[in-house]
Every structure is written in structure tokens, then in C-alpha cells.
Design a protein around this ligand. Sequence first.
Ligand code: GLA
Length: 378
Amino acid sequence: MGALSTNFESLYGHKPQVISEAPGRVNLIGEHIDYSDGFVLPFAIADRTHAALAKRSDGLVRIASNQRKNELFTIDAADVKPGSAGEWEKYVLGVIWALKIDSGLDILIDGTVPTGAGLSSSAALECSVAVALNLLFELNISLADLARATQRAENEYVGMPCGIMDQSVSLMAQAGAALLLDCRDLSTQSIPFNVVNHGLELLIIDTQAHHALIDGGYAERRASCESAVAKLGVRSMRELTLDALDAAQDKLTPVEFMRARHAVTEIARVHNAVVALKASDFAELGLLLNGSHNSLRDDYTVSCPELDLAVHTSLAAGALGARMVGGGFGGSAIALIQASDLKKTRTAITDAFISKGFKKPRFFTSLPSQGASAQLLS
Ligand code: GLA
């Protein structure tokens, strides 16, 4: 952290007033149901985004990143509103806008969350800025309201219609545990997730695939869920049972029916995963991961050949379960494996990717880490 403060001072010529950090995430289970009022079970990864901030008295907002040396983005605070200039800076500007900050600011970002890997580098960036502003301006906003504000930043400023999962876990995660999040009221429960004690490892496989479908495909899935819910006359997918859905099949288009079936079964899998984790039943957890992947692939159709190959190869190498994580159409998969199989699994996946002519995948492992934090500097 000392290095970020030093870099800030050499870039801006004065010290930061606050420094902060926020993690990326992996979602154990509960995919594409946060915007359907569902339950999700993500955890924060060790990789995080750091921010250093100070107020400016001249009304200018200046933003820089250690990952993009020599680029300094400058905007008048009065111009920070949707439609403004900016590329990645919009994630920062969106948070300033959502929290109604009208002061000038100097901001320096640094981070290790891989971008484009489906590990929520965008939420980590938004949340690192949000907790820093909350402290710097003494806003006293609760973590749940910060999650809603950062989601609004991404929905309305960046233009990505994401749900509430990524920001919530980046802000509220507890070390050593997955976060059971009720996406309707943002209440949480910590579910201990200590695979290492059981000789297991959660392997994160970044397929390095980024299919262009992501934006339109995500919005299209959300829209199908909304139209299905409207036609069925329920408040959300959460109110639906599989029997009720089957009975009402003729009210829906085939696509709406498949999307709804994913949502209903995925919510059930989250609850069953919590039961399995509480009982340390990792064999059952593995089956639930597989069920989630199949449903995302077949009913929600958000997988892709690289993700399917990562999952298939992990299972063939002995994984207890595997699935794609995040929005899909590329990004990462997870595999629950015996720790002793780590090397074998990585090699099998790399070989399979090479033989298909896919990009070489990257691998991570991470224990569940702590959510965002900020500290004032004297
Ligand atoms: C992206 C979105 C989340 C969530 C996931 C899918 O990560 O940002 O809100 O919808 O996709 O579960």
C-alpha cells in the first residue's frame, strides 16, 4: 500500500487522504439469478483493486491507473453524469455520480484482479472507489446501500444491466466463507468454505475467451426472465416452483420456459449447496456444480465451447464438480478437485485447449478473502 501512496504523490504532487481496496469474486453457485430476486453463493478472491484518493479544491476530477502509465484522465466535476467521456474511467465516474459527490478529486487506481476473466474486476474497481468516498466524505452509507449505488453506477453510467451480486460480495465478503446473499433484501449469511481442510482445491480456470455476445446476450437473458415473470403473474422467479412452471408452460415461449427453468432450478441448487457445505458433503456440492453448468449451457445458453471444454476436461481428470462462472460467453470456470490432482488437471485442460486450437488458459486458486475496506491517512 505504501507504494500506491508514493506513486500517488509523485503523480499528483500531494499525498492521498484515503486508501482503499476491494476484491474480485468467484461465484460458487447461483448464476444468472441475482436479477431474478434469487440467492447466490459467491466468495471474494484474494486479488483486489486498490484506490488512493484526495479532494481537490478546483472542481477537477483526475483519474489515473498504475496499469495504464502516462494516461491522466481529467473531467470537470460538473460534467460527471451519464454520457460523459471516459472508457474504464466510467466505472469510477459512475460511482462518483451515484454517490452524488460534487467535489474535485485526484484518484489513482492499482490492482491485480484479471480483467475480462469473469472475476468482476469492474465491481472491484467500483467498490474500491465507493468505500473510499464513503469514508472521505463521511457519508456513512451502509454496505447494502453502497452495493445498490455501485450497481446503479454500472447500470446507468456504464450501461451494463448487471445484477447486485458482484458489488455485494466485493463489499460484504468474509474471509474463509462464501456469502449467501438474498438478492431481494441483500441480507447475508456467512457459509464457511474450507476446502483445503478436506484435501480439496477450487481451481479457477480463465479460458481467455471473450465472446462479443456478452453485452447483448446478458440483456436478452434478463429481458426473457422479466417477460416470463410478467406472463406468469408472479413477482419474481423466486416465487415459482418447478411444478407451477411446468403447469404454465403454454403461457410462455419455449425460450422463456427454458430461462425460467434455469432460474427455478438454480435457486434450489443454491439452497442445496448450503446444506451440502454445512455437512461438508463435497461430493454432493460437486454434483450441484455440474447441474448448474448443464442448466447454464442447455437452458440459459450462456456457455461457450471453451467453458464446456474446461468443465468436461476437469471432470474427466477426476474433479468432483465443475461449472462456468459469471455472465458467461467466455471468462472463467471453476473445478472442485482433490488438491493432489491440481497439476494433472491443469495439464489436461491446457492440452485439451491446445489440441482444439484455443488460447492457452490461465489458472488461479484462491481462498475466500475479506471484502472491501478503506482507511484515512493522517
Ligand atoms: C455478471 C453480473 C452479475 C450476475 C452474473 C451472472 O457477473 O455482473 O450481476 O448476473 O453475471 O450470475
